[in-house]
Design a protein around this ligand. Structure first.
Ligand code: BMA
Length: 368
């Protein structure tokens, strides 16, 4: 072989190896000490992408839309199966409360996370945490000092570390039947490209946001929490630069997602925004080895009867995405229209069930 040919072969091999690394799923969670089951979950999620996209639902096992009954799944009632991914929120765990901000008991959450895991399902957790400066809710944006105040040296740093301790205890208490930690996706400080949460764009600098993220993740790791895949989920972004502006780094993220909702009947605006952001996360996933997902979405009240087959399906077709999580079906009497997957008797129920029968749409039984 000539020298030139030798060099060309080596270059070709390297290019192939880099490409294989990105595609083959041999990358690992960002936590160097991730537990065996967490490493497995990451690999499993990567592999499942070649089979399709998993359907997810927030609070699916917390209650049904028509009543507050723990363990009741609107999705199971209409389709016969559980979603592959089930979302929970731990807002108010930091306060030492027995239930979260939507009255879901943490004891119920833990029990259902164990059951989901035993069924082969996947859990994702978000955190609508209170405003530590004002004592107000997660939506209290009256102070721009919250993020800087929880950083090292800030007035609320020690108290905030106490909040993180409660979360660390919760994560460590998630055990399967063999006593191993159940791995979960933890979606931190979400929708920060908007300004409706205290950690939103208008209320802190990019460097403070990133510092808070890293501090949080580092604190869990040094506290011995190694069963988390960390998810990053801005709101609608126009460009990859906007998406990455407050990205805390590959060492602190495993899942790259985004949250976008349909506004009223504007299916075309929604589809354009969804496609744009799907491009952003799948492109970034292909160069970084992260897992791309739609971390929150839906059309409140599902006014369009064929929303799932006409709007959602074209968005998912031909895409390599891990999961799509629809938001919760609220049970509260004062939120009759606040639901994102159909319940029994809703006009869009058969359309949703039809979507589930399409190729590459994965429910719990498909990923066991
Ligand atoms: C929001 C709404 C609220 C809820 C919060 C946290 O989008 O559903 O009613 O309190 O999520 O689950």
């Amino acid at each position: 072989m000539s020298r030139k040919l030798q060099i060309a072969s080596v270059l070709l091999f390297l290019m192939f190896a880099v490409d294989m690394h990105a595609k083959s799923g041999d990358s690992r969670p960002s936590d160097p000490e991730a537990t065996g089951r967490t490493v497995e979950l990451f690999a499993r999620m990567e592999n499942l992408m070649s089979r399709g996209v998993m359907i997810g639902h927030q609070d699916d096992l917390a209650y049904g839309h028509q009543n507050y009954r723990p363990g009741v799944s609107d999705v199971k009632k209409i389709s016969g199966d559980y979603p592959a991914v089930i979302g929970w929120d731990i807002g108010h765990l930091e306060l030492g409360n027995e239930h979260n901000l939507d009255s879901v008991y943490f004891s119920v959450m833990k029990e259902q996370i164990r059951k989901t895991d035993a069924r082969g399902g996947i859990t994702t957790i978000s955190w609508h945490c209170d405003n530590i400066v004002t004592g107000g809710s997660t939506w209290d944006v009256s102070s721009d000092e919250v993020v800087s105040s929880v950083l090292p040296g800030g007035a609320n740093h020690d108290r905030y570390m106490g909040w993180l301790d409660s979360l660390a205890l919760f994560f460590k208490s998630l055990k399967d039947r063999s006593g191993n930690d159940i791995p979960v996706i933890f979606r931190l400080y979400h929708e920060h490209t908007g300004s409706w949460f205290w950690w939103g764009k208008a209320h802190c600098s990019p460097s403070d946001y990133i510092a808070m993220w890293r501090m949080t993740v580092d604190y869990f790791r040094t506290s011995g929490v190694h069963n988390l895949l960390i998810a990053y989920s801005p709101g609608d972004c126009m460009t990859a630069e906007e998406y990455m502006e407050r990205y805390p780094g590959d060492e602190y993220v495993d899942v790259v997602g985004f949250d976008i909702y349909q506004n009223g009947n504007d299916a075309s605006g929604y589809s354009a925004a969804m496609s744009r952001n799907i491009d952003i996360v799948t492109d970034y996933a292909s160069v970084s080895g992260k897992i791309p997902a739609i971390s929150e979405t839906g059309s409140e009240g599902i006014p369009q009867k064929d929303y799932f087959t006409s709007v959602i399906w074209p968005l998912l077709q031909g895409r390599e995405l891990s999961y799509i999580l629809f938001w919760r079906n609220a049970y509260e009497q004062d939120k009759p229209g606040h639901f994102y997957l159909p319940y029994k008797g809703h006009p869009a129920a058969s359309d949703f069930v039809e979507l589930l029968s399409y190729p590459r749409i994965l429910m719990n039984k498909d990923i066991r």
